[in-house]
Design a protein around this ligand. Structure first.
Ligand SMILES: Cc1ncc(COP(=O)(O)O)c(C=O)c1O
Length: 369
């Protein structure tokens, strides 16, 4: 079976992890936390980094740091992971959805403006599968309506909008460093920001809102969302490899494109203002293909090719509908992606022979349709 993803962990992590073990700094104190925060923030073009336990926590503390009144609306795409909606709901805010573009799978900015009300306070663009949202246009729109912007860049480390890296463009940018991400710490996350007030607030929320003046005195509810020094040590070493990881992803995309062009599937795109980092290589079946993505995945798997489905829309989640959200709302592009899309093996260790094999299996399965 050709696996859908494998991380690439170089030997450069070992001396740093050993240093944590040798010195005993294995929890969330220790020099690698600050080093990782500084290095990643700098990479993203932001002044501060606040490392947390995972990407979901990053979104939670980021929304928390906005300190919005209960009932504030935050606009996000229907096609995303539930972490985004959870972060909004747990802060006492209301998630408001917009559909996505059929080719980039990113939030449709034409729809954002129509969803702005007197209660709207923020927008949460999610840079999907490596392709950035058009942040030039989104930031202009946000400024016009005085809205804050939290970028979810979990899947798009190093992606660029007109030469600017994602995460550092909005008020805050959130990252995941899960094992399938472009750089990883096993589990891990970070919020980057250039606003010192948000940074301080993020640090407090990540660590139980300990008051600096009197330890064990609390005037607010916080969380233990701390990253460990061990994980941060892996992160420091991984940041040094990011350009190589992005190079591999772009090489993978070029090779898949060359082999899959002309088949009845839509392939990933790259807008002329964007740098796509091709986190995972997704395909969407054309309407003429007589089976859906579940059957496509089954047939590929029978031939030794592992795949994963795409997100199921937030408006189709029973747990959110149960909270009386998104009643009767329809997001046709999201629904189509959930039914017709999947992603192919896209790990950082993928070889040309594996890309050849996957592509010829895809070709055969579609030819026998
Ligand atoms: C777009 C997006 N946001 C947030 C997350 C959450 O990250 P984590 O799994 O580290 O909690 C993910 C996870 O994979 C993601 O794809």
């Amino acid at each position: 079976m050709i696996p859908v993803c494998e991380p690439l962990i170089g030997d450069n992590v070992l001396p740093l992890v050993r240093d944590c073990v040798d010195t005993g700094w294995i929890s969330s104190e220790g020099r690698y936390i600050r080093a990782f925060e500084e290095k990643w923030a700098q990479y993203c073009g932001a002044a501060h980094g606040v490392a947390v336990a995972n990407g979901t926590c990053a979104l939670q503390v980021a929304v928390g740091a906005l300190e919005l009144p209960a009932g504030s609306e935050i606009i996000l795409p229907s096609f995303t992971i539930i972490s985004c909606a959870i972060a909004v709901i747990e802060a006492g805010c209301v998630p408001v959805l917009v559909d996505v573009e059929p080719d980039t799978w990113n939030m449709n900015l034409d729809e954002v403006e129509a969803k702005i009300t007197a209660r709207t306070r923020a927008i949460m663009p999610v840079h999907m599968f490596g392709h950035p949202v058009d942040m030039t246009r989104l930031m202009e729109l946000a400024a016009r309506h005085d809205l804050r912007v939290i970028e979810d860049a979990a899947e798009s480390h190093g992606a660029e909008v007109n030469g600017r890296r994602v995460g550092g463009i909005g008020d805050m940018g959130c990252f995941s460093f899960y094992a399938n991400k472009i750089i990883t710490t096993g589990e891990g996350g970070m919020v980057v920001t250039s606003d010192a007030v948000y940074a301080e607030r993020l640090r407090s929320l990540r660590n139980l809102c300990f008051r600096p003046d009197r330890r064990f005195l609390h005037t607010e509810i916080g969380h233990n969302y701390r990253l460990t020094n061990l994980q941060a040590a892996v992160g420091v070493a991984q940041v040094d490899c990011i350009e190589e990881h992005i190079r591999r992803k772009r090489w993978m995309a070029e090779n898949y494109r060359a082999r899959l062009q002309g088949l009845p599937v839509a392939l990933p795109v790259e807008r002329n203002w964007a740098k796509n980092v091709y986190w995972m290589y997704g395909l969407v079946l054309d309407d003429e293909v007589p089976f859906d993505a579940t059957e496509f995945a089954r047939r590929l798997r029978a031939r030794g090719v592992d795949t994963r489905p795409l997100f199921l829309g937030m408006h189709e989640q029973p747990v959110l509908q149960g909270r009386n959200l998104f009643n009767g709302e329809k997001y046709p592009v999201t629904e189509r992606l959930a039914k017709r899309g999947l992603y192919l093996p896209s790990g950082l260790t993928l070889t040309e022979a594996q890309i050849d094999e996957v592509s010829s299996v895809v070709r055969d399965v579609l030819a026998s349709a």
